[in-house]
Write a protein that binds this ligand. Structure first.
Ligand SMILES: C[S@@+](CC[C@H](N)C(=O)[O-])C[C@H]1O[C@@H](n2cnc3c(N)ncnc32)[C@H](O)[C@@H]1O
Length: 278
């Protein structure tokens, strides 16, 4: 059968499976490197493979393609993922791009808190001169992050939020964090709630942002002050702004940035503990 016929067959038999997931499965099984190559190979004949059938069964059950193939695309490369880490989201690429733009030609000490698969920390370290740390409360997640850091550019540390950085007396200029932000009452896709790690998804009940902001008071901050880039969830804007003002003062310099779908998604806190006249 040709590649196009195989794709059409699967789509007919499994209308519930996302057509892009079918393409990714076929590319994986038949070792097709990219989408343009895939289109060019539409008329080529391929032979049935048991591996493909197994992937289709798992997709049919709703398992995310990234966990099945153990890879997820982020900022121009594939990262290894497994059930111990969140599947990186496209919105997160936006905060990474922004940090890279705002820090061009500088060398900053950056900590990515809740690094998960390491996508933020590793991308920042690979695309700039920065000295990057990645921390997580989950040792299993840190194992995945280390595996992804093929050029050993990031220092990974274990612990709660900024605790490991404070304990090691490291100097930090930038904090970036995509902490769990889904509230228990939020209705989310079953594919997400069933397969992705709870620790990476759900906002803990122990005031995670209050603790994070309070921890910065004990942090060794670089001479130009501290900038925090935080990715957050729907309906958290007012809560986070109020908390920032409560902890850092009403004159705190902050910015809310929307993601590509127009939702408030990022909070940037600038010049914390720095020179207020800047
Ligand atoms: C939403 S995931 C983000 C993963 C990755 N940074 C990304 O953007 O794809 C949140 C991560 O925070 C970690 N985490 C949760 N609570 C934490 C805490 N108190 N201290 C450090 N990391 C924590 C989870 O284990 C998880 O890996």
């Amino acid at each position: 059968m040709t590649l196009l016929e195989i794709e059409q067959n699967i789509r007919k038999l499994h209308p519930n499976i996302d057509k892009n997931d079918i393409k990714l499965a076929l590319m994986h099984v038949y070792d097709i490197k990219n989408y343009s190559q895939y289109i060019l190979n539409y008329d080529k004949t391929y032979y049935p493979k048991k591996k493909l059938d197994k992937i289709i069964v798992r997709l049919d059950h709703g398992e995310p393609i990234q966990y099945i193939l153990q890879e997820a695309y982020f900022y121009h490369r594939n990262f290894f993922v497994n059930k111990n880490v969140l599947i990186p989201r496209p919105e997160t690429e936006e905060i990474v791009s922004l940090i890279l733009e705002e820090t061009t030609n500088t060398k900053q000490n950056i900590i990515d808190i809740g690094t998960g698969s390491g996508v933020i920390a590793i991308t920042l370290a690979e695309h700039a001169l920065h000295n990057v740390y990645g921390s997580d409360i989950s040792l299993r997640a840190l194992r995945v992050a280390k595996k992804n850091d093929i050029n050993n550019k990031v220092t990974f540390i274990h612990g709660d939020l900024l605790r490991p950085v404070i304990n090691n007396n490291l100097t930090i200029d930038i904090v970036v964090a995509n902490l769990p932000y889904i509230k228990q009452e939020d209705i989310i896709d079953e594919k997400v709630s069933k397969y992705e790690p709870k620790k990476a998804l759900y906002l803990p009940t122990n005031n995670i942002y209050r603790r994070l902001f309070n921890q910065t008071k004990k942090l060794n901050v670089g001479k130009n002050g501290l900038t925090m880039y935080l990715e957050f969830g729907t309906n958290q804007t007012a809560e986070l702004v109020t908390l920032s003002q409560e902890i850092f003062g009403f004159d705190v310099i902050y910015e809310i940035i929307k993601d590509m779908s127009g939702k408030d998604r990022f909070l940037i806190l600038r010049n914390l503990y720095g020179n207020k006249s800047i």
